[in-house]
Design a protein around this ligand. Sequence first.
Ligand SMILES: [Zn+2]
Length: 422
Amino acid sequence: MTDSGSRRGAAIDRETLWSDIMALGAITDPARPYTRRSFSPLFLEGRTWLRQRMHDASLVTHIDAAGNLIGRRDGRSPSAGVIAVGSHSDSVPSGGRFDGMAGVVGGIAIARALAEREAALAHALEIIDFLAEEPSEYGLSCVGSRGISGCLSQEHLALRNRQNETLEAALARVGGDPSRLGEALRTDIKAAFELHIEQGPVLEAEGIDIGVVTAIVGITRFEIEFQGTAGHAGTTPMGRRRDPLIAAARLIGWVRETAELFAARGSGHFVATVGVIEALPGASNVIAKSARIVIDARSEDGALMSEFRAALEAQSQAAAAAATVDRLAFRLLSDNQPAICDPRLREVLGLSAAELGYSCMAMASGAGHDMAFISRVAPASMVFIPCKGGRSHTPDEWASAPALAAGTEVILEAILRIDGVP
Ligand SMILES: [Zn+2]
C-alpha cells in the first residue's frame, strides 16, 4: 500500500478521517457498544455531530423528505448533475464502528479534501447519510435509499413499532416529510459511490487493498414444510415410520451440495443457507408430525437463482417421496433481484486504485446495501475495504486506518476522473 494521497491537490487528511470515525463511534449506548439505532435519540445525536462535520467541510445541509441527511456543495455547471457519496450512520444492536459509518465519514473526508481545492467540481457533490439502512424497529431496512429511488410505499409508512408508532410518524420525527415523499425521488444523480467494509474475509485473506463490487446479490427465501405421522419413538418399527424430519434433513444436505456446485459454476457469487429448522411436536420420544425449514439463497445472477428455485422445488418433492411423507408447503417468503453495479464506474474505480498503487479485485456483495436501491435511479458503485477477520455486526468489527484511507482515496480519485479534472 502506498502512502501517497490523491494527486492534483486534493488529498485525504488521514488523521482527521480516523479521528472522525472514532468520534462518531463514541456516540453509542454505553451499556451496549456500539449501538446507535435508527430513529433513536442517540441516532439524532450522531446526526447532529455529522451535520456539524458537514458544515466544517463547507457543505450546506438539509434533510430530504425521506429522512436522508444530505450535505451539498454546488458545482460549476448546474446541468452536470450530482455526484453522490454515501452510506448509513445507524447500527445494528451491539454492532461495530465501521459498517455504514466508514462510507459517511469517508464521504465527508472527500468533501473536505475537495473544499481545499481552489475550484469547485463541475458536478454538484452530495454526501448522504441514508436513513435506517439496517432493519429498523418498523421491520423495514434501507428506508432512506428506498425513498430516493421511489420504493418507499404507503404500506411501508403504515408499518408500526412496538410502541405503536407508525414509520410515517417516525419519519416526520427525524425531519423527513412523508406527505411530500415524491420530492425525495432523484433523477439528477450521475454517479453514486458507497465505501463499505467488506463484512467478509476475502480481501484480508487475499491481501488485497480494494474490492470493486460487481453486483449486490439478490436474496430469495423459501419456506418448506413436510408432514408425516407422529408416533411413539420406542414402539414404531423403523420400516413403518413417516418421519418428516428425514425429508428435511435430506433436503438440507442437498441445499449445501447444490450451492457448492452453483458457486463453482463461474456465474458469480452464489450461497445458500438453511438457518431455520423446526420439528413439531419437538419431543425426544416422539417421531415428528411436521418439519419446517427456511432457506436463504443469494446470487448475483438472476438466471442462476431461477434454476436453483426450480431444482429446489423438484428436490423437495423427491425428498418427501423418499421419506414417504407429504410436502405440505413450498412458499416463497421473499424474492429480490440482484443489483448490478455500473460498469463504467467499476472501470473508473479500478483505474483509480491502480493509479494510487492499491491492489484491487472484483467481487460481489453478499449483503444488502443502500446502493442496491440507488442503482434503480442512478449509476451506482461500491468500494469494499478489508475488515479484521471478516467480522461485522459485532463490537469487534475493525478496519485499519490505512485501509479506510485507501478506500476513501480511491473514491476521491474516481470522482476527479468522472468530473474531468485534468
Ligand atoms: Zn452497512
